[in-house]
Ligand binder design. Structure first.
Ligand SMILES: NC(=O)c1ccc[n+]([C@@H]2O[C@H](COP(=O)([O-])OP(=O)(O)OC[C@H]3O[C@@H](n4cnc5c(N)ncnc54)[C@H](OP(=O)(O)O)[C@@H]3O)[C@@H](O)[C@H]2O)c1
Length: 277
């Protein structure tokens, strides 16, 4: 039986919640200033994994919401990411020090390389190993890494990434990469799990949603969980935040899982082999 409080062990034994709350869009226009409120609502509704990043420019607000929640620090899993400019400029140490200060914490539960910056991610990973060994990060991982990029990292690393946070939604199902990560003991997290709302009116999802008396968003997030993937829905509206936790009182059957898999169009919002940020 899986529920909102279910965690699973990363390869190093650190327990990670099965559902995460995303804070990327909440700090972007027209949402500027909404992070504290959104994270408070998320924590109030049971989310215990908060996903942020230096480039979201809201780590300070995430830290404020964590402090004000009254929830013990060790009961919240906070994940942040090293931005690409820090890899390019050689300011990897400054990057994690900045994040820890902004979040007002001595350690993060997970620290990820945000994108596989060509020519920079191998050397940046050595810093990640150092941060892990120093206890600044309880786990380390990557984001937006494809199989070839993971393989080149494996060839030079001492500690393998424990997490890969990638774009996953019904229009980009990433089956091969998810399988590869599982084979290599890498937990997979799904960013933009609702494809920023673009999957919500899909007729296949609507038919399944009607059967269970759920929304298409809930069907999609449940599909992630049954795939062993940790979804990271972002929302500001408390009704939607709550809705995104109500995923544990039904189970999709195999035909429904396959019908959602079949929606794949390999549709990327961000292509890890071709990005210019
Ligand atoms: N690692 C990376 O490179 C990367 C890249 C992108 C995102 N991320 C992470 O992934 C998180 C989620 O991605 P995202 O915010 O881009 O996309 P998303 O979660 O797929 O979609 C967010 C949008 O869907 C709406 N929404 C949320 N729950 C809903 C529901 N139950 N029903 C209907 N609409 C709903 C939100 O509404 P409201 O906001 O209006 O409430 C928001 O407009 C980010 O916050 C960030 O933490 C990581």
């Amino acid at each position: 039986m899986i529920d909102m409080t279910t965690k699973k062990p990363l390869v190093n034994g650190v327990q990670i919640p099965c559902l995460a709350f995303g804070t990327c869009t909440v700090e972007r226009k027209p949402y500027a200033g909404y992070t504290v409120g959104a994270v408070e609502k998320a924590l109030r509704n049971g989310f215990r994994l908060i996903d942020t990043a230096t480039c979201y420019e809201n780590e300070g607000e995430v830290g404020q919401a964590m402090r004000e929640s009254g929830i013990a620090r060790e009961d919240i899993f906070v994940l942040t990411k090293m931005w690409n400019d820090n890899m390019r400029q050689g300011t990897q140490r400054e990057a994690i020090e900045y994040s820890l200060k902004e979040l007002d914490t001595d350690y993060v539960d997970a620290y990820l390389l945000h994108w596989p910056v060509p020519g920079k991610y191998i050397e940046s990973w050595k810093y990640m190993e150092e941060f892990y060994e120093k206890g600044m990060a309880r786990s380390i991982g990557v984001s937006n890494f494809e199989i070839d990029q993971l393989e080149s990292l494996f060839a030079s690393c001492r500690i393998k990434p424990m997490i890969n946070q990638i774009e996953v939604h019904p229009y980009n199902t990433r089956k091969e990469l998810i399988h590869f990560c599982k084979e290599n003991d890498i937990a997979v997290m799904a960013w933009s799990p609702l494809h920023r709302g673009l999957i919500l009116n899909d007729p296949v999802l609507e038919t399944i949603a009607e059967k269970y008396g759920k929304t298409t968003a809930q069907i999609t997030l449940r599909w992630d969980i049954q795939n062993g993937v940790i979804p990271i829905p972002g929302a500001t509206d408390e009704d939607l935040i709550r809705q995104n936790t109500q995923l544990f009182d039904f189970e999709l059957v195999q035909e429904e899982m396959a019908a959602i898999d079949a929606l794949n169009q390999n549709l990327y919002e961000g292509d890890p082999h071709n990005f210019d940020w």
